[in-house]
Write a new protein. Structure first.
Lengths: 326, 326
């Protein structure tokens, strides 16, 4: 498993270095403070998965590497903007093993730096001179905000359905992955088939990625996760392992689970009981299998492209999405 | 004075009704909750000054009215987005005589609804099919965020200079006015002279408007203002009346002012003492006169356009900017 991650990192080492440089270069605020706050999150060891997807997709479409790298920043800035706004929202204490920005700089600065990053993403996108690119970025931004609002409006709601969960993770996560992959085809003018193939790849990958992320909150330890497990539940966020188990539990166990969920101050022992029930009622394996199905779909989406080193890396990333441990 | 406001409102009654309808129509979220939260602020009796400026500028450039109205929503949505984020930041209790959105819906929903409105502004702008429009909107958004951050980073700083104050209000306020006026010339392809004229008008108007706004915090009463006077100071925001007076006061009075400013819990009597000093050291009249100068500059910017009913309204709006009472 961890071999997969190292294999990918080995194959894209140079690309990740270039992405890092571009992220530094394009940030370009007039205030040093903005660089400091944005940098606190932005340069704290993110995976750079979204810009990497853009760069690799662009290569698949034979788009000029130089522009591919530049425009790939759009997706890391958008991602960082939502993380900064999320931190204000969640009030979470740690991210990537560091205290969250708002605990150092306050909510106000954190919200505004998120706005700045969002604006920066737009300004870079506008440099493409391509209006379809702008439409895609505008729609992604709106979908992400609505996905987050949707999720937030269902906090603590034990009647949340799998369908609604899918709608939430599509908007809050998958549209950005989809955008990163699709945009390169649009920029490269690679045609409808390539655009659809890459959009589907990104979408399915994003769904698998979010499901794996939601699983980690139940299966990983604090070091791997960079935060405490069970954090989603403590915030009242119900994800697929819980939704599926609630739907399939008998009356007695369902009530027990609901009791634990509704008490956000649940003990370590409560969490253990819940984890057992998630395993017994198949919530963990169901989510894990469904993530694998989406990985499979993601790979199949790219069948119109001929075999290449780049394609192989995109396959590896798909495998990694569902298998990652952190 | 209030005759001026009524004269403008009489002249643009139909336009304001159409703007209202467009704001409702183009909002179009997939979640009812988003409409509710956005609507709480958006449909609470805003002046619609920014969309109105866009519509009037568009007419001056003989741009199609229908599109002028549609794209004018961009500026009210952007404005509302920053107000929602500001409310989270300021923690202010009231806006437009109503409790602020975050006191009802919480910080999280309020930040995200702001993000949604920002995204909506972009998506509408992208429908113009004009990449220069997108670049302008992206840059405005970045400038506004940096202006707010700049202001926030200087909270309680009694060494803030007039130059820095100008930079802050340019970014946080004037660029949006400038954008609303300039964009119509870009959309109408009205040429560089018209674009520059309208940009200058919007910029100067925005500066005058913000100065007048900052004055109101010292001169208006709670009913006119919709919130308590002295609110800026209570948040540690130093504006021109204070900056100018501090720079011109003798040692003793300067120290007295600084003492009042630094104690954010200042009493009504402290505020009265401060107000007296602002009058004595000319901070009030200096700001008021400077606002008038910018109004004059705004009007002069439009001299390349022939006389018309629309031009007359833009002149009236310029006069109103510095004379308004709320």
């Amino acid at each position: 498993m961890s071999g997969l991650k190292e294999k990918i990192l080995g194959a894209v080492k140079d690309e990740l270095l270039t992405i890092e440089k571009e992220l530094e270069k394009n940030l370009d605020p007039y205030l040093d403070l903005v660089r400091e706050i944005a940098g606190h999150l932005l340069f704290s060891g993110g995976k750079r998965l979204r810009p990497l997807l853009m760069v690799l997709s662009a290569r698949l479409c034979e788009y000029d590497d130089e522009f591919g790298f530049k425009f790939s920043c759009i997706f890391e800035y958008l991602h960082a903007a939502t993380l900064l706004h999320d931190d204000v929202i969640d009030g979470a204490g740690m991210r990537r093993g560091k205290p969250v920005a708002n605990s150092i700089y306050g909510n106000a600065m954190t919200v505004l730096t998120g706005d700045f990053l969002l604006a920066k993403a737009l300004s870079i996108a506008a440099e493409s001179g391509n209006i379809k690119v702008m439409k895609i970025i505008g729609d992604i931004t709106g979908d992400m905000a609505q996905g987050e609002i949707h999720q937030l409006s269902k906090v603590g709601d034990v009647t949340l359905t799998e369908n609604e969960y899918m709608q939430v993770i599509r908007n809050k996560t998958a549209v950005l992955f989809m955008g990163a992959c699709r945009l390169s085809a649009v920029l490269a003018d690679a045609g409808e088939e390539a655009e659809k193939a890459l959009a589907d790849y990104g979408h399915n990958l994003g769904i698998a990625f979010q499901m794996a992320d939601d699983l980690l909150d139940y299966t990983a330890d604090v070091e791997t996760l960079g935060k405490n497990p069970g954090a989603d539940l403590r915030e009242g966020k119900l994800t697929l392992p819980v939704i599926y188990s609630l739907a399939n539990a008998d009356e007695k166990d369902r009530l027990l689970m609901e009791k634990i969920i509704k008490n956000k101050e649940f003990s370590a022992n409560d969490f253990k009981i819940l984890l057992n029930l998630l395993n017994n009622y198949g919530g963990i394996s169901y989510t894990s299998n469904l993530a694998l199905e989406y990985v499979q779909k993601a790979k199949e989406s790219l069948k119109c492209f001929g075999r290449s080193e780049t394609l192989d890396i995109l396959y590896l990333i798909a495998d990694y999405a569902s298998e990652r441990k952190g």
